[in-house]
Design a protein around this ligand. Structure first.
Ligand code: ADP
Ligand code: MG
Length: 681
């Protein structure tokens, strides 16, 4: 059997108790143990005392120069002191509550002392005394998180034992070609050094090697999945008269932006291929995804198929139906809305038309796929705002119907680093350009004590006939508080404007119909100011709204603030976003500043990722982000990108599937269940 997979009890000196503690830590095999990395390192650097500042932590090496003296006080406490000769200095070392050291510290013995330096008294208060000199002038000691009876020291000891006994037998995973290309350390050296680095440089090299391997394995898995999906899911090869389709694009009310043209090409190429499309379309709010969707839907209809567009809310479904009708009905494509509010006879009619193929395009909420809706010939499924749905829902969707092409659209500007990890099994298209002539939303950050002026500002805009949103924070722990918050702000505004304006209220406790009602009133400008929780975040389109006020803005992620800001600036008027926030932390202030400085969703999302970390990015844990042991998708993103492109090349190369050098990588794919015994080449 492979050494790597042998149980930890094979290591000499590891008994029942220890292996029990290991089990609790998820360590069963020798391989698990080697892959249990320190979460930090204690840094012992021997320094010249002349360079050490008062009260700094320091490690020195010296010879015991005097008999240690021991005094007891307060019953059980003790203090041990002795003189230590460090180079040319004679200093004092004090050590509390370790009386047993007295007999062990012999004169002239070499010891290494780590502790706090008192410059005035020329004394080190020792935290640690080790016998003998350090092997290097700088030593990094691993610190592990441990459980049960296991201590950090014990863990170090067992790790050393394991490395001595099995370290040399650690097999190489990477082929020589890649190791040479990036000058990567052999795996066994890297593992030894990640646990017991001889220097900072060694640690860096060890980490670089292991992170690359971790990312490469992950990306190989993703690319293999993708290849299998492609080759096994025979899709529809859309076939349609190109001239007619191009005419449609030419008669649109505006020319496509360069980015739109590019993503349309990418999508149409997928649609015409016999493979099934599985593509993510990213584009910032207002970048013009709807028209891209319309162009793809038109292509499926021209090919003799039907299309479906799915969105998370009914309001959005209605808005999309409206804009798609405008674009597609003039060229003879039928578009209908199918939501839970379409009932009775009308619903029956619609379902009948869908089944017989008399209806081309249907738009609805996600209930559309779950319900018993049958299509005549479904060719293309588009979902909007898919970041709200995890990997699992994406799979369910793909498995519906015969095998329609699938396009996921999202307005959340997912940073590249995240997109290539969380959505590694998908192709990604990005609209990274805004239609010309768009006005920037002017963004201001004010403190709560400026609220009066904010209300005056809203007043001025509403006087001009414009509308405003006032967003109350989402209090995650309590929906009740959340709603109460909105109700309070609402009554404050009602009181403030004294019947001058209609003020609407929107929150998660309202029924779908009630929400609809409020939104419609706001769309008609019957409601002038809309107080809401974040439920308006996604996709709502009221071009006459020019003010977005966000209360307690520090509680939101940058990506979310940007989404909210995207609700204004949709018409021809100058729009404004006002962040009301008193952030306490520097990070909080930094986030507010960034919001006022940029309107670019991608810049914001990269910043957000940096400031909050990937777990937080989607606001929830169910983000579908893979967890890495060592790699950090933010700080190691360069390695991630390299690994991604290497994995893509490998998966499509003959050598990978045939040559011996790649066997460990192939074995990994088999063991992770990706290959399911099927051959890919
Ligand atoms: P989103 O990507 O947020 O869904 P939309 O598709 O709603 O954006 O587009 C926002 C607005 O921009 C719409 O009014 C749309 O008609 C307009 N638009 C889209 N593409 C262009 C373009 N190439 N030139 C000018 N306006 C465009
Ligand atoms: Mg949209």
């Amino acid at each position: 059997m492979n050494r790597w997979q042998q149980p930890v009890t094979e290591i000499k000196g590891i008994g029942e108790e220890t292996s029990e503690a290991f089990r609790e830590m998820g360590i069963e095999t020798i391989g698990d143990l080697f892959m249990y990395f320190p979460f930090r390192y204690e840094d012992y650097e021997v320094r010249d005392l002349a360079d050490v500042k008062h009260e700094e932590k320091v490690t020195v090496e010296g010879k015991v120069h005097s008999e240690p003296s021991l005094t007891y006080y307060a019953r059980k406490k003790s203090r041990l002191t002795f003189r230590l000769l460090v180079d040319r200095y004679l200093i004092t070392v004090t050590c509390f509550n370790r009386p047993y050291l007295k007999t062990k510290l012999a004169i002239n013995e070499t010891v290494t002392v780590t502790g706090k330096w008192d410059q005035h008294r020329q004394t080190i208060t020792a935290m640690e005394i080790r016998f003998g000199a350090l092997s290097e002038k700088r030593e990094l000691e691993p610190v592990y998180s441990t459980r049960g009876a296991l201590t950090v020291k014990g863990m170090r000891r067992f790790m050393k034992l394991a490395l001595e006994q099995f370290g040399a037998a650690i097999e190489e995973t990477l082929p020589p070609s890649l190791m040479q290309a990036y000058r990567l350390w052999p795996k066994k050296d890297a593992l030894a050094a990640i646990h017991f680095p001889s220097s900072h440089e060694a640690l860096k090299q060890a980490r670089r090697r292991l992170v690359y391997e971790e990312f490469l394995l992950f990306q190989l898995k993703m690319h293999a999945l993708r290849k299998i999906q492609r080759e096994q899911s025979k899709g529809i090869a859309h076939d349609f008269p190109l001239e007619k389709w191009q005419q449609f694009i030419e008669q649109l009310p505006f020319p496509l932006t360069g980015a739109q043209q590019r993503v349309v090409r990418e999508i149409i190429k997928d649609m015409r291929s016999p493979y099934r499309m599985n593509r993510l379309l990213q584009g910032d709010v207002g970048s013009g995804k709807t028209v891209v969707a319309a162009i793809a839907l038109y292509a499926t209809v021209l090919s003799g198929y039907q299309g479906a567009l799915m969105v998370p809310t009914e309001i959005l479904a209605e808005q999309h139906a409206q804009s798609l009708r405008q674009l597609l009905e003039p060229v003879g494509v039928s578009v209908e809305l199918l939501t839970s509010s379409v009932k009775g006879k009308r619903r029956k009619e619609l379902l009948e038309k869908l089944m017989t193929g008399q209806l081309d395009i249907v738009i609805g909420t996600h209930a559309l796929i779950q319900e018993d809706v049958n299509f005549h010939r479904l060719g293309l499924v588009i979902t909007d705002e898919q970041h709200r749905f995890g990997v699992e829902q994406r799979r369910v969707l793909r498995e519906k119907g015969e095998s329609p092409d699938v396009l996921f659209m999202t307005a959340t500007p997912i940073p590249r680093t995240l997109a290539i990890t969380a959505f590694g099994e998908m192709d990604v298209s990005v609209i990274d350009e805004m239609p010309a002539g768009r006005k920037k939303v002017e963004t201001y950050w004010v403190k709560h004590n400026m609220l009066e002026r904010v209300l005056q500002f809203i007043d001025k805009e509403v006087q001009k006939g414009r509308q405003a949103y006032v967003i109350c924070p989402l209090i995650e722990e309590s929906e009740k508080l959340d709603v109460q918050n909105a109700i309070d702000v609402h009554s404050m505004l009602v009181h403030h404007y004294r019947g001058k304006y209609q003020i609407g209220l929107m929150h998660g406790r309202l029924s779908a119909e009630e929400k609809e009602e409020v939104m419609k009133a706001f769309s008609r400008n019957d409601v002038h100011i809309l107080v809401s929780t974040t439920v308006v975040e996604v996709g709502v389109n009221v071009p006459n709204a020019t003010v977005m006020v966000i209360y307690d803005a520090e509680r939101f992620g940058l990506a979310q603030l940007h989404q909210l800001r995207g609700r204004v600036g949709r018409g021809s008027e100058q729009s404004y976003c006002i962040l009301v926030a008193d952030p306490k932390s520097e990070t909080g202030k930094e986030r507010m500043r960034i919001m006022t400085e940029t309107n670019d969703g991608f810049v914001l999302s990269e910043k957000d990722l940096e400031l909050r970390g990937p777990g937080d990015f989607f606001g929830t844990k169910q983000s579908g982000m893979p967890e890495f042991k060592l790699g950090d998708v933010v700080h190691d993103y360069r390695i991630l990108e390299v690994a991604r492109s290497d994995a893509a090349k490998l998966i499509h190369s003959r050598a990978f599937w045939q040559e011996d050098a790649y066997r460990p990588l192939r074995t990994y794919l088999e063991q992770s269940g990706v290959l399911n015994g099927e051959k890919l080449d």
